[in-house]
Write a protein that binds this ligand. Structure first.
Ligand SMILES: [Zn+2]
Length: 217
């Protein structure tokens, strides 16, 4: 189809979009919806934005999809027919080919955002919930004592507990940890890193969680 230079824009979410966050939240805007990208074997790759998903559809690179369309993207107008192109995006999109081995289940990057999400914004010393500006990354075995900046050695801590623990281990400070720090699996990371997961996507991801996962409840 010969199309004018495509002016892609979102025309809204379908009735099947069920954002986890309230509709009033700016994150529930259609442009904030992320689509779950799989390889052709159904293995989970990553979240992709609607622009990247649209490219997959336009290139004919979509192998199969799951769920009812959640976004519609209008493209350019065909000069011959006068019809405007329309691509409907599905919440879960498998693209042709299979992923390189290293692209599957990579270690989630350790960031404060990801760490605080893992620990549900709770200080793992006093157990209280705090808003993000009041949270810190605490090294269980302090860096000065050879501790490493890795998932298994970091916990969310409030400012007060972090400064009280200071340069000591939990044992030395007599501040026992409320939970053992762990490295999230890639699936756990995908759930924790997106606050706007659609119902189809959440069901698909939760079906792949190990039973031990705190997120499988
Ligand atoms: Zn605390």
């Amino acid at each position: 189809m010969e199309a004018d230079r495509a002016q892609l824009h979102l025309v809204g979410t379908g009735t099947h979009v069920t954002p986890v966050v309230p509709p009033s939240s700016p994150r529930s805007h259609p442009a904030s919806v992320r689509l779950l990208s799989l390889d052709a074997h159904g293995r989970v790759l990553d979240w992709i934005n609607w622009q990247d998903a649209t490219c997959l559809y336009a290139r004919g690179a979509v192998a199969w999809t799951l769920g009812e369309p959640c976004l519609r993207v209008r493209g350019g107008t065909c000069r011959r027919t006068g019809e405007q192109s329309l691509i409907e995006l599905h919440p879960i999109v498998a693209s042709r080919g299979h992923a390189r081995a290293q692209a599957l289940s990579p270690t989630p990057t350790l960031t404060n955002t990801a760490l605080f999400a893992r620990d549900a914004q709770l200080c793992l010393y006093c157990g209280h919930e705090f808003s993000r500006p009041h949270l810190t990354r605490d090294h269980v075995l302090p860096l000065s004592k050879g501790g490493r900046d890795v998932w298994e050695n970091v916990v969310t801590a409030c400012f007060h507990c972090n400064s009280r623990k200071s340069n000591r281990t939990p044992q030395q400070a007599n501040m026992p940890l409320l939970a053992v720090p762990y490295r999230p699996s890639w699936i756990e990371h995908l759930i924790l890193s997106n606050r706007n997961i659609l119902a189809d996507q959440m069901a698909f991801l939760k079906a792949q969680l190990p039973k031990r996962s705190k997120l499988s409840a």
